[in-house]
Design a protein around this ligand. Structure first.
Ligand code: ARG
Length: 582
């Protein structure tokens, strides 16, 4: 519907250009919004205000001209001019009904299949394996998963890349510590069961113990030169760490598997080639023994040139070097049309440099879109980075334990007629989904405060609220004795509440499109919250099962079924299971 109106506006502008009302070279972008206030119609556009200047006309007069130039159609029931020159459109109700009937009959709820499916590489989660996953890895993991699922629903080919950090100097101290544990006859398996403690122990020895640091450094060199003993220790460490990650992924309900791991070390053999290639292309400069690239686009505070270091003086390679190799692999072997990086916003400069250099070096042509989806930090109530009670970083696994524990208390405290087994399942879903949803529902670019009480609340834009809304619709169908796909009869829009719910339901495909474009899952969360709200008002105002008008009853059941399916699909895109009862 939105696209159709955009197309109509496009022809209107073309018409005005042909008439000479607008200059031929006018540049503009059609923007259509869903107004909050229903009295402003279904869509609003600021097109006339944008074009007023180039047209040398007053915006309201131009709005009138635009409306007059819109081709004959039966979609727009009414177009009004409001305020300084907004155009408000009301959609013909029969179109709204047709769209919903089609959505009801469609397993995809009317979400169109991409006309030009893309190959989209998504780099997400990507933790460093030296330590256990902590709260800082939550955002990349679940935002990446939600974006991946959305693009899949749209029919794109998604290739996840878990660019784990499995290489670098800190592995030297870990290997040295492992070696000693082994030599003392203790079980490395046991010691590695808590990676955080293991890392701390190794780090302490590295800082305090004479000779340990030297041994750690020499082990790195040996590892890099392919020494079998070191390789074996390293492999054991990495495998253990990856198994920890997989446990967290499974608990979080994210799709990542072992097959998606494309570790930093996988690019090792490419790194010298990348440096050679940059040299051959005349992009390298030696600076204090290091190999650097200076790009005019990036300057420091004092306007001094900022280097991208690709090889250190001692011959070692850097984070940037593997990322360049990764771009080349993704656009080359993986044939990506779009590469998305879901990484902490603090790495923004790094990615801008990598993207710019990749274009210059020919690792990504202009056809490929390179996007950094940056995100803010998770904060404690004190406004500082979220910490565990003992002041350390919070392991993600512990955080999820606590979420399930708190949810179990909450469910038990509410008084419930569920069996113990059902209660445990509800607690698990509510606990995990509350943590995920609290994160996904915030604009990813900002920091947010992690707060158990708000995220586990049954009120507001939370997982429990939406899960509960779903069970409410579900119980309606249980009472009716039919399933969601067994409603017959046509949709009719009797009251304002029927209409408000219908118009919310019709927005689902638009929301999916914008989540896919912008990589912003919070659009979907905000939408589902509004949908659940529209359902609530509808449910309160409109008798359904008690109605003796069968046609109306069926229409309302259909709207309710669409609500349930839309919530279920929406939550599924966030990797959240719905519950039949709670
Ligand atoms: N391992 C990195 C970190 O924890 C994130 C990697 C992100 N992906 C990438 N291609 N650089 O900071």
């Amino acid at each position: 519907m939105k696209q159709q109106i955009e197309a109509l506006l496009q022809s209107a502008v073309a018409g005005l250009i042909a008439q000479g009302t607008l200059p031929e070279d006018v540049s503009f972008r059609i923007q259509l919004d869903r107004p909050r206030d229903k009295s402003h119609g279904d869509f609003a556009s600021n097109l006339a205000m944008m074009l007023a200047k180039p047209a040398k006309q007053n915006p309201r007069a131009l709005a009138e001209a635009i409306i007059a130039a819109i081709p004959e159609n039966d979609l727009i029931a009414k177009a009004d001019i409001a305020g300084p020159g907004f155009i408000n459109f009301s959609i013909d109700r029969s179109h709204l009904i047709t769209q919903l009937e089609q959505a009801y009959a469609d397993a995809r709820l009317g979400v169109p299949q991409a006309e030009q499916p893309q190959t989209v590489v998504i780099d997400y989660s990507s933790p460093n394996l030296a330590k256990e996953m902590h709260v800082g890895h939550l955002r990349s993991t679940i935002i990446g998963d939600a974006v991946a699922r959305t693009l899949q629903l749209q029919g794109h080919k998604v290739i996840p890349q878990n660019h784990v950090g499995d290489w670098g100097t800190q592995f030297g101290m870990l290997l040295a510590h492992m070696e000693d544990v082994k030599n003392e006859g203790a079980s490395t398996e046991l010691e590695l069961s808590d990676l955080e403690t293991f890392y701390k122990a190794a780090k302490k020895r590295f800082d305090d113990e004479e000779g340990f640091a030297d041994r750690a450094r020499s082990l790195v060199v040996k590892l890099q030169s392919g020494d079998a003993h070191c390789q074996q220790l390293w492999t054991q460490f990495i495998e253990t760490s990856l198994a920890h990650c997989q446990e967290v992924y499974d608990r979080l309900g994210v799709q990542l598997t072992r097959a998606d791991v494309m570790a930093e070390s996988a690019y090792n053999a490419d790194l010298p080639k990348v440096v050679e290639d940059l040299k051959a292309k005349g992009l390298l400069v030696e600076n204090q023994g290091a190999q650097c690239v200076f790009l005019d686009e990036f300057k420091g505070k004092e306007d001094e040139p900022l280097p991208i270091i690709v090889q250190k003086k001692d011959g070692g390679y850097l984070y940037a070097t593997s990322d360049l190799a990764a771009v080349r692999y993704r656009t080359g072997a993986l044939e990506a049309d779009r590469v998305i990086y879901v990484v902490d916003a603090r790495q923004s400069l790094h990615f801008q440099q990598i993207f710019t250099l990749s274009r210059k070096a020919g690792y990504a042509n202009d056809q490929v879109s390179l996007e950094h989806l940056g995100f803010g930090m998770v904060l404690g109530k004190d406004g500082r980075p979220y910490k565990s009670r003992d002041g350390g970083v919070t392991k993600l696994a512990d955080l999820l334990d606590e979420a399930e524990r708190r949810a179990a208390e909450l469910i038990a405290g509410k008084g419930t007629d569920l069996s113990a087994e059902e209660q445990a399942r509800v607690a698990q879903v509510v606990g995990i989904s509350s943590v995920k949803y609290a994160d996904l529902s915030k604009n990813r670019t900002s920091d947010y405060v992690f707060d158990w009480d708000t995220m586990l609340s049954f009120e507001g834009n939370t997982a429990p609220y939406l899960l509960y809304a779903y069970t409410r619709v579900n119980s309606l169908f249980q009472k009716a004795g039919i399933t969601l796909d067994q409603v017959h009869g046509d949709i009719q829009l009797e009251t304002d509440q029927d209409e408000a719910l219908a118009s919310k339901l019709a927005q689902f495909p638009e929301v999916i499109a914008s989540v896919g474009n912008k990589g912003m899952p919070h659009f979907l969360c905000g939408y589902m919250f509004e949908l659940a709200g529209a359902f609530s008002s509808f449910y309160e105002a409109c008798p359904i099962l008690s109605s003796d008008d069968d046609a109306l009853k069926n229409s309302r059941l259909k709207l309710a079924a669409l609500t349930a399916r839309t919530l279920q699909q929406g939550l599924a895109l966030l990797g959240i299971d719905t519950l039949e009862k709670m």
